[in-house]
Design a protein around this ligand. Sequence first.
Ligand code: ADP
Ligand code: MG
Length: 418
Amino acid sequence: MPIYYTRCIKPQSIDPKLFTDREDEYHHLKAILKSIILAKEEEERRLLIHGERGVGKSILLRKVLFHLKQEIDFIPVIVDGRNSLDAEELLRDICEKLASQLRDEYKDERAICEISYLDEVSRADKMTKSEAKSRASEIEAKSGAGIGFLDFLKLSFGVGGKEAEAEELTKSITTEINSRFLRELLSFVIKTIKKEVVIAIDNLDQIHDKNQIAEFVREIFKHRESLIIATLRSEAITAEFRRSFRDPILIKGLSPEALMDILARRIEKCPEGEILKNRLPPIADTLKTLTDNPLSFLTWIHFLCNNSELNTENLLNDLNGFVLTHYNFDPEKASSISKFFLEKGNPFLPKETILAESKISEDDYAVMIENGILVPDDLYEPRKYRLSPDLLFFKLKQDSENETISNATDREFSNKPR
Ligand SMILES: Nc1ncnc2c1ncn2[C@@H]1O[C@H](COP(=O)(O)OP(=O)(O)O)[C@@H](O)[C@H]1O
Ligand SMILES: [Mg+2]
C-alpha cells in the first residue's frame, strides 16, 4: 500500500504560479515578444517555440505572457492544439477565447452584444441571411462602439441599413461557417479593436488531424494583423514550419538544481508537505540526475508518491510499475530495450539497427512505437527512433549493473595472490 496520496506534484500543470528558474530564457523570450508586439507595422509577426515534450514550453510561454500583460497593453488569446480536432476547430477556439477576453475589455452596449455573437458564431455551423439581418438590426439598436462584428455581417451578408424589397427572396440563403468565414471574421474584429491581439497556439503539433497542421499554418498566416506564437515539439518541425517561422526559439532541458526547485515549489503549500519534505529528498536526489526533463521527473515522483512506500532501495522496482500503468507494456521488455539504447547513449536509430541489434520482435517494436516507449526523430516522416525520456530511469539498472561488475572486478583484484 502506498503511504501517501498527494495531488501536489501536478505533472501536467502549467499554472504560471508554479513557474521557477529559467531566468535567462524567461528574459530572452519576454524581450523578444515585447519587441514584436510593439513593432506593429511589421508584417509576418510570428514566433515559434520548440523543444522536447515536457521540457517546459507551455509554462514558460504562459508566465511570460502573464507578466508582459502587466507591462504593455495587449489581449492574449491562448489556445491549446490538444483540444482541437482540426484547423477549423482551432479557429473556433480562437474566436471563443477572443470573445471571452474582450468581455473584460469592453463595456459598451453594442460591443457586449457583438461579443456575444462572436461567441455564438464560434459554435455555429451556418448562418442564414435572415439570421444575419436580425442580428445586425439588434446590434444597430444598441449604443456605443462595436468590435467589428456588425461591419463583418454587412460585408459578408449584405445586411444592415435600408434593404430593397427584392432582398426578401435571399433571406433563406445559408452561409456555412467554415475556416474561411472564421478567419475573415477574426481579421475584421482584430482590425477594428484598438488593442493588439496576440494569438498563442500551444501544442500546435497536437491537433488531432496531423494533416491539417500545415493547412492551419497557411490559414492563420493569411491573417496578418496580429502576432502569432506557436509552440511545438521539436520532432514536429517540418520544412514548412521552418519556412514560415524564422529564428525559432529552442527550449532546452533543466539542471538537477532547477528540477529540485520545481519540486520544492509544488510541495510548498501542499497539505502533505511535511511528510514529503522528509521522505522525498533521497528519491528526488537520485532521479534528478537521470533526466533534464521536468515532465518525466514530476511524472515519476507523482507515481512514486501515490503508488509506493517511497523507499530508495525499491526505486527501480517501483518504477517498473510505472511502465505498466503509464505505458501498458511489459517492464521486462522495456528494461531490455532501455538497456540497449542507454548503452549507446540513447541516439536515434533506424528500424533495421534496432531490430538487428536489440533482438526485440517486430511486433514489440510496433507496440513500443504505438504506445510512445520509442519516440520518432520526425513526427510526420519518422526514420529513426530512440527511447522516450520517461524511460531514462532505467539508467538506475545500468548503474547498479556497472556497480556489481566493478565490485566483482575489485573483489577479483583483491583476491589475486600477491
Ligand atoms: N520552469 C518551470 N517551473 C515550474 N514548473 C515547470 C517548469 N518547466 C516545466 N515545468 C513543469 O513541467 C511540466 C511540463 O511542462 P510543460 O510546460 O507542459 O512542457 P511542454 O509544454 O514543453 O511539453 C509541467 O508540469 C510544468 O509545470
Ligand atoms: Mg506544452
